[in-house]
Design a protein around this ligand. Structure first.
Ligand code: SAM
Length: 218
């Protein structure tokens, strides 16, 4: 487990003091999306509303860099993927629920590098013709049963040295089990196709979530 505040950030993600905050917060440069404060073009990235934001706050080395080509799974209405598209290169955003995808399309209007895809992340063959291969990163936040399987199915898009940056929600797998047992099971399943580089629980930002960084197993 990792507890390292101030871990590495992509250049396009900064820590910045916003009025009313007791300490600097993450921020990216872009058009606002969810009512977040903006100062000098920097939008505050609310880690309590974003598992990836919390992953950065917990100090994990995600390996994410400016200009990366990213596949984002579970984009919902675009809260987190909007921040990703602010610093990344081409950002393919998969979401299977039509309603949030409508909002996501609006978020993409200001971001020419953001490509919303109304698709099921368990069926990557349905978007393989659109998403480029050899991606730098797959970012996953699907909060559904079978989270390891989703990550394994989408490994095909990653470059050999690419990264999986995933948030695993224990309750989506099994509400009755101790989250630690759920995380162990998910990590073991992931090891079929990935080498796990680092993990961290996302409390106090998100209860019973595990963030992980992994790379395709050779
Ligand atoms: N990542 C979002 C953010 O931080 O802005 C929040 C994501 S929410 C926790 C999980 C999302 O994953 C939901 O919008 C849900 O519809 C979507 N999802 C769940 N299973 C999916 C699947 N198989 N394919 C695509 N999207 C899926």
């Amino acid at each position: 487990m990792s507890e390292r505040p101030d871990g590495p950030l992509p250049d396009g993600v900064v820590r910045r003091q916003f009025p009313g905050d007791d300490e600097p917060r993450l921020a990216t440069r872009g058009e606002p999306v969810y009512g977040e404060p903006v100062e000098d073009g920097w939008r505050r990235w609310d880690a309590t509303r974003s598992k990836l934001g919390a992953t950065f706050e917990k100090g994990l080395d995600t390996g994410l860099e400016d200009g990366d080509a990213v596949l984002y799974l579970g984009a919902a209405n675009g809260t987190t993927v909007s921040h990703v598209a602010d610093f990344a290169g081409p950002t393919y955003a998969v979401e299977f629920a039509p309603r949030p995808t409508r909002d996501l399309v609006g978020v993409a209007e200001d971001r020419p590098n953001l490509f919303p895809l109304l698709k099921d992340a368990r069926k990557p063959a349905n978007y393989a013709h659109v998403v480029e291969s050899d991606l730098d990163a797959v970012v996953q936040d699907v909060a559904t049963r079978g989270q390891a399987r989703v990550a394994l199915e989408n490994r095909r898009f990653l470059a050999d040295d690419g990264r999986l940056v995933a948030a695993i929600k224990a309750r989506s797998e099994d509400v009755t089990k101790d989250p630690r047992a759920v995380f162990d099971r998910v990590l073991n399943e992931l090891r079929e196709g990935y080498e796990i580089l680092d993990t961290a629980r996302l409390e106090p930002f998100h209860e019973d979530h595990l963030a992980l960084v992994a790379t395709p197993k050779r």
